[in-house]
Write a protein that binds this ligand. Structure first.
Ligand code: ADP
Ligand code: ADP
Length: 225
């Protein structure tokens, strides 16, 4: 079962100097169910662009995007939004948690928005927070948590609505190396325990080595490493 399929993706940014930047030049990519893939690339190579296209936040100039076998390029905006919210979870370098809510509420709220009853949402939130080791901190607001704890909560929030695909853009890039290691291990445990497929951008080769597969993005092309 293929969770994400990109075919012939082209993307150029036309504004700015020195004119057009051709970021993706015929990118093909398939991610199978349960597969965790590293996206390795130097800064500016187009990782965020690729993740945004895969996550339906941005449109390619040409090429095809399929999520769980469903072609998305000609889908209506409303439908794209529904697929993005339901099938895709995002994690960024910065946690983007809601500051006025507790860790638990941050993981509960997206489930309520998705129609899950509160009791079930709280049960799932606690299970997820437990897997990454922050359940004892569930009643704290983000400001009272360490950077690593904040990021763990963000992982749980991304997985709250049981997406099929997790897209992560340098998920531990803001943390010091030692914290980054432990927080990354927590992310991998969460992904494995939930059977999720993931595309995780990093320029940390040690972290990449722990994933199932490594893809390098260079001069607009993706190649297996
Ligand atoms: P990465 O995530 O690998 O650092 P990005 O996908 O953010 O790379 O950017 C790839 C290239 O495209 C960079 O040269 C960047 O400056 C350029 N770029 C990204 N977004 C835009 C935009 N909205 N307009 C113009 N250029 C952009
Ligand atoms: P970077 O990739 O430069 O580290 P972020 O990961 O925080 O920065 O966000 C990258 C871009 O994705 C931002 O320009 C932001 O506008 C966009 N973005 C982030 N989250 C969402 C979202 N939920 N919906 C739409 N766009 C988003």
């Amino acid at each position: 079962e293929t969770v994400l399929k990109l075919s012939g993706i082209e993307k150029a940014y036309k504004r700015g100097l020195p004119g057009e930047v051709h970021v993706l030049r015929g990118v093909d990519l398939e991610i199978a169910r349960g597969e965790v893939t590293a996206l390795v690339a130097p800064s500016g190579a187009g990782k965020s662009t690729l993740l945004h296209i895969a996550g339906l936040l941005d449109q390619p100039d040409s090429g095809r995007v399929e999520i769980a076998g469903e072609p998305m390029q000609d889908a209506a905006d409303r439908h794209r939004t529904r697929v993005r919210r339901g099938a895709v979870g995002f994690v960024y370098q910065f946690h983007h948690l809601l500051p006025e809510f507790t860790a638990l509420e941050n993981v509960v709220l997206p489930q309520l928005a998705d129609g899950t009853p509160r009791r079930a949402a709280e049960t799932r939130a606690k299970e997820l927070l437990d897997i990454v080791g922050v359940l004892p901190r569930a009643d704290h607001r983000p400001a009272a948590l360490s950077g690593g704890e904040q990021q763990r909560v963000a992982f749980c929030r991304a997985m709250a609505n049981t997406p099929k695909l997790l897209l992560a853009d340098e998920p531990t890039g803001n943390l010091d190396p030692e914290t980054s290691d432990r927080v990354f291990a927590a992310l991998m445990t969460l992904v494995r325990e939930t059977g999720l497929s993931a595309l995780i951008a990093t320029h940390n080769l040690e972290l990449a080595a722990r994933m199932d597969r490594r893809l390098h993005l260079e001069t607009g092309h993706l190649r297996e490493a």
